[in-house]
Write a protein that binds this ligand. Sequence first.
Ligand code: AMP
Length: 202
Amino acid sequence: MTAAQGARLLIVGPQGSGKGTQGVRIAEAFGIPAISTGDMFRAAIASGSELGTQVTEIIQAGNLVPDELTTAVVRDRLAQADAAHGFLLDGYPRNIGQVGDLDEFLGGRGEELDAVIELVVPREESIERLTVRAQEQGRNDDTEQIIANRLAIYERETAPILDVYRERGVVDEIDGVGTLDEITARVIAALEQRGLMRSAAA
Ligand code: AMP
């Protein structure tokens, strides 16, 4: 894998693991777009689009948007020119069904994920960070009860996707506790170990 070929990455971690922040940093280092389904849904809600209307209640309750809808949004995004040579997915796939959808889409382009970054953060730390974020950003899916629902969904639906990717040998487990810079450096070192090269511009 060379810089010219880019990198196809997925970042996975429970809510509050810092995956959004780290995702943006890693994508920048590798010169690829960070594609966050959560951000796309929040933007759709803010713009008042039809998609936004469809997902508002689901997201407020901390439940998962139906696979069909989510997969359609991701396929459209991955079909854009800036994702032709690599991308970092944040928040998708989030269950086994979506893993199958992504495999099908990437397989059709003769592609596959190069690495899956698992950010490992203790549950108490995730809850603490989410509570702080709720106060700072006023996200209305960050109340205590909804946080608990989202973490339960993560453990039930999302954690199992890591077993699938682990069997494929693409998972890098990264300790997600530390400063932002320390964690970014850990991720980059693990990806470089796989022969994935940072973009020269970064
Ligand atoms: P996030 O910012 O990744 O925590 O996503 C916020 C919310 O968007 C989630 O709680 C879900 O309601 C919805 N969402 C994001 N990604 C997905 C996905 N891949 N499948 C279903 N729902 C999703």
